[in-house]
Structure formats: structure tokens, C-alpha cells
Write a protein that binds this ligand. Structure first.
Ligand code: FPP
Ligand code: MG
Ligand code: MG
Length: 346
């Protein structure tokens, strides 16, 4: 059987390049020349607390999946290296924007821990965390400027802006009386899917693909991100087991209404009155969970996640044909990620 039939591990395919990117992220925060700011901004780039690096992995695989010679433009080695370098920069920028948003998020959520270690706000306080997040965002802008590509700048700038809009929509949703599935999906796109969608788009733009292919890359990221967040919202109720109430219940306790509850409300409109009372009272949380238990809310949220994961996989299948083994393995890995996102239990 050929190489491409074998199982692929998306993360190990790009392991070497991921470690280069890790080095660059650790270096880039040093430019500021203020040691305390550099160590704060670099906190989540340190070895051991770098996280899964899900976004850089997707972006490097996307770069390889679209690495094919286009009609009328043979790529010499120097140009190919330059392209790959700029796509790596997109992965770095995306990670910087992501970590900036996490530093701010932990301030907003008053979080004690992240990635199994004390959150930065716990260690250094809210003020330093806000400044470190701001600094990372600006570092991302400077790196973005070195790519010198107007549409790439626009895509990544829009993604950063969407993160903030998504966070604001989530804040507003806790007091919104008729929060619905459309608003939830919009919020979810902004808060989770836009960054990976727009950075996938950026990787395709850099490779000079035609608009149709750029949109397929974007749609892969968008649908992967939506599927990821839908499962995240299910896991908040179920945790690692399949049964309700085993999760942290952190969303509902904070008054954040997600897909499972919205689907349950479609089945049991009486649930709306429970939601409207707010979830400061734990008894009200229990009441909502009872409705959720007898509804198909969890199941429907999972089904919607699977639908989006399938749409992501079909975007990859629609890429222009290629016989290159590396291109095909990378596409297979991107499809594998859509499967991993919906089967994950943590
Ligand atoms: C995690 O959500 C937070 C985000 C995905 C983004 C939040 C965005 C901001 C705080 C706006 C600031 C943005 C920038 C670019 C500086 P969560 O709290 O639901 O999940 P988690 O805490 O469990 O990871
Ligand atoms: Mg949080
Ligand atoms: Mg938050």
C-alpha cells in the first residue's frame, strides 16, 4: 500500500517546524528590552506550557496541503523557501493573537489556572496581564507588517477584531432574554472560528491560489473551529464521561447559554423562563439541567458539530487534485483533525 493509505498523526508531521516556531515566539518577546514584560508576554511560549499548538499545526499542514505548482508560475527553491517562511510567520502571528486573547480572557474570567499552571494574572496580577496581552498583539502586528501582503493583513486584523466582538457578544448574552441559536453561532464564529478560518485563508493567499481555493481553506478553518467549540460546549456539561452533569458546568453557572441549552429550549419552551431568571441561584441551574436531561439538546449539539466537521473535511476533498505524496499526506492529516475534534473527550 502507498504511504498515503497509512494513519497519520497531524502533530508529529509538523513537529520539527513547530519547534522552530516555538523558538521564534520565545525570541520575539525579548525585543522589548523590558525583562518583566518579556517574561510576562512569553509565559505561555515556555516549553511545557505551550499547549497543543493546534492552530500552528493546522496552518503548517494547510501550507503543505496547498503546496503545488500553479499554472504559469514555476516556483524556484528560493521562492518556495520564502513562501514557507511567510506561512510560518502566519502561524506565529496566529499563536500570538491567540495567547494575547487568553491573557486578557483570564483577567476577564478571573481565572486561577491555565494549561495546568497558575494563570499569568495569578502570578503577576491583572495589570501586567493586560499589558502583556497588548504587547503580544502589537508584536503580532509588527510581524504581520513584515509579510507585506495587504489581504493577509486584512484577514488577520479582522480575526483579532472578531475575537473581541465575540467576547462582547458573550458578555451581552448573559442578560439577553431571547438569545437564540443564530446569535450563538455568530458569537462562536467570532470567538473561536474566525481566527483559524482567517489564518487558513492567509496561508492560501500567500501561495497565490485562486479565490475558490482560498475560500475552501477559509471554510475548512471556519467549520473546524465551529465543530471544536460545539464539542467544547457539550463537554462543559458532560466532561469526559457521556453523562450529563459530569462536566465543570462552568458555562451555565456563569450564565453563558450554549448550543445544548438552546436546542433544549426549542423542545421545551418552558425552559426559557428558567433561563430568564438567571443562574445566580444554583437551584435554577439544576432546573435547567433537568430540562436538558430529558431533551435531545446534547445529542443535537453533537450532531451539529459532526455536520461542521464533515463540511471541513469536504472542503479539503475539493482542493485541486495533486499527486504529490506530501500534499496528500497533509490533506489526510487535515481530515484526521476534523475527526479528532469531534471524538475528543477533553
Ligand atoms: C477563551 O474563552 C477566550 C477566547 C477564545 C477569546 C477571548 C477574547 C478576548 C478576551 C478579547 C481580547 C482579544 C485580544 C486579541 C487581545 P473561554 O473563557 O470560554 O475559555 P477558557 O478560558 O476555558 O480557555
Ligand atoms: Mg476563560
Ligand atoms: Mg472567557
Amino acid at each position: 500500500s502507498s504511504l498515503v493509505e497509512q494513519q497519520v498523526d497531524p502533530f508529529s508531521l509538523v513537529a520539527d517546524e513547530l519547534s522552530l516556531i516555538g523558538n521564534r515566539l520565545r525570541e520575539t518577546v525579548q525585543v522589548v528590552g523590558v525583562p518583566k514584560l518579556a517574561s510576562a508576554a512569553g509565559y505561555f511560549f515556555e516549553v511545557g506550557v505551550e499547549g497543543k499548538r493546534f492552530r500552528p499545526t493546522v496552518l503548517l499542514l494547510m501550507a503543505s496541503a496547498l503546496n503545488m505548482s500553479l499554472p504559469g508560475s514555476a516556483l524556484d527553491t528560493a521562492k518556495a523557501d520564502q513562501l514557507r517562511a511567510s506561512q510560518q510567520r502566519v502561524a506565529e502571528i496566529t499563536e500570538m493573537i491567540h495567547v494575547a486573547s487568553l491573557l486578557h480572557d483570564d483577567v476577564l474570567d478571573d481565572a486561577d489556572t491555565r494549561r495546568g499552571v497558575p494563570s499569568l494574572n495569578t502570578l503577576m496580577g491583572n495589570k501586567v496581564s493586560v499589558l502583556a496581552g497588548d504587547f503580544l498583539l502589537c508584536r503580532a502586528c509588527v510581524t504581520l507588517s513584515t509579510i507585506k501582503h495587504f489581504e493577509v493583513s486584512e484577514a488577520l486584523g479582522t480575526a483579532a477584531e472578531n475575537l473581541i466582538a465575540g467576547e462582547m457578544m458573550q458578555t451581552a448574552s448573559t442578560s439577553e432574554k431571547h438569545y437564540n441559536m443564530d446569535q450563538y453561532m455568530q458569537k462562536t464564529y467570532y470567538k473561536t472560528a474566525s481566527l483559524i478560518a482567517n489564518s487558513c485563508k492567509a496561508v492560501a493567499l500567500l501561495a497565490d491560489h485562486e479565490n475558490e481555493v482560498v475560500m475552501l481553506a477559509y471554510n475548512y478553518g471556519r467549520n473546524l473551529g465551529l465543530a471544536y467549540q460545539l464539542i467544547d460546549d457539550v463537554l462543559d456539561f458532560t466532561g469526559t464521561s457521556a453523562s450529563l452533569g459530569k462536566g465543570s458546568l462552568s458555562d451555565i453557572r456563569h450564565g453563558i447559554i450554549t448550543a445544548p441549552v438552546l436546542f433544549a429550549t426549542e423542545e421545551f419552551p418552558e425552559l426559557q423562563a428558567v433561563i430568564n431568571r438567571g443562574f445566580d441561584d444554583p437551584a435554577n441551574v439544576d432546573r435547567a439541567l433537568e430540562y436538558l436531561q430529558k431533551s435531545r439538546g446534547i445529542q443535537r449539539a453533537k450532531e451539529l458539530a459532526i455536520e461542521h466537521a464533515n463540511m471541513a473535511a469536504s472542503a479539503i476533498d475539493s482542493f485541486p487534485k495533486s499527486d504529490d505524496d506530501n500534499v496528500r499526506i497533509s490533506r489526510q492529516a487535515l481530515v484526521e483533525l476534523t475527526r479528532m475534534v469531534i471524538t475528543r473527550t477533553k
